[in-house]
Every structure is written in C-alpha cells, then in structure tokens.
Design a protein around this ligand. Sequence first.
Ligand code: PGA
Length: 237
Amino acid sequence: MKVIIVNDPQEGGKAGFKQFKDALANGARCFGLATGGTPQTTYEQLRNSDLDFSSCRSINLDEYVGLAPDNDQSYHYFMQQNLFNAKPFAHSDVPNGLASDIAAECQRYDQLIREHPIDFQLLGIGRNGHIAFNEPGSPVDGWTHEVKLTQSTIDANARFFANEDEVPRSALSMGIGAIMAGKKIMLEAYGENKADAVAATIEGPVTPDVPASILQKHPDVVMIIDKAAASKLQKQY
Ligand code: PGA
C-alpha cells in the first residue's frame, strides 16, 4: 500500500485529483465512484479542472434502498450535484434503490461491472472500517447485495438527514470482491474519527472485522489520509 499523508482534506483533494489525472492519462476509462463527506474536496478539484470524462464510464459503489434518484439524500443526487453536472461521463451507473426486484437489480449491477472492469476505484472508509456499505463481517468475495446498515453507520450518516429516523435502514452495495477487482484503488480518509479504522486497515491484521484491511492484499492501493486520520499509525510513512 502506498500511504500519502496530507495536512488536511483540502490538500487531500489536490492529491486525490492528481491520482484521477494520472489514471486518465494512463488510459483509465471506467471509474468506480464514492459518495459521502470524504471525496468532496477531490470532486471539487475535478469540477474546477479541465479533465474530460465524456468518453468514460462511472460506476458508483452504493445507493440507499427506498430513495428516488431525485431525493436530495440519494447518492444519485449527490453525484449529480458533486460531479456529473459539471463533469458528465458517457455513462454513469448508480444502483437503483427503488428496484422492485432487488435480486435482479444486484445481478444487473454485477453484470455491468463484469462487462466494464473498473480501472480506478475511489473509496472512503467508515469509522468501523467499512468500505462502501460492506460492514464488519462481510464476505471478502461478495458482489452486489442488499445490506442492513449497522447502528454505527446509521449514526454516522444521520448528519445528512433531518433526523436519525429518516436514515434508510438498508442499501444496495457493491461487494468487497468487486471492489478488489478494480485495477487501482484510492482510499481517502480525513479526521480523527477515522484514525482507528485507518490504523487497523494499514497496520492491523487482514480480518473481516475491519473490511478495509483486505486492501493490504491488493497490488495497487494508494491511501490519502490527513494527519488527524493518520494519528494512530505506529510507523512512519
Ligand atoms: P464519509 O463516509 O465520507 O461521509 O465519512 C465514508 C464511508 O462511510 O465510507
């Protein structure tokens, strides 16, 4: 794993942007994208850049079950606002949280990922070490599936909703197997509340208890973390 420690999320956004730029220059055409607070500085850099994704495809990690694409808490909506309105892709896919047949939607999504292998995968990390909505204990070879959110994730995401009761209780998520199939992975983490998860991911044992720790086994991972998120690392990077 390559570890890049930056001062703050703003500097992280610039480092994240450089990874996107290099990936594009090196021929990446399918980008796995993430939502949440973490990637916002990177998306800001991308929006304000001259990079052109109009011949590229994007595939998002996850979506809440039950939220329509135009719901302002949906991940569809987040992506439109944070990236796609400014930087359109030729095709952008996000799981359909309104699908009446969830199993068929998961199959459709897996098929899509198999047909369009992800060249560059962006990830955040949960305080409990989750990646996408793969909570602790998730199988390392999983593909798209419906996930019941843990209380830790509901609490963390409640800040985006009027109150905790409005946070959906489940989501559709790409699995860890599909994430690990990405050719290159960039994980960003900012803030002290990610420090335990970051330390366990980089320096702890590979265990399903910390889903992101499996990234130690991927051949091309770059971690962009700020000083606060790096504060519990034992080694120097
Ligand atoms: P956050 O979420 O970027 O909003 O902190 C990250 C995650 O839960 O994966």
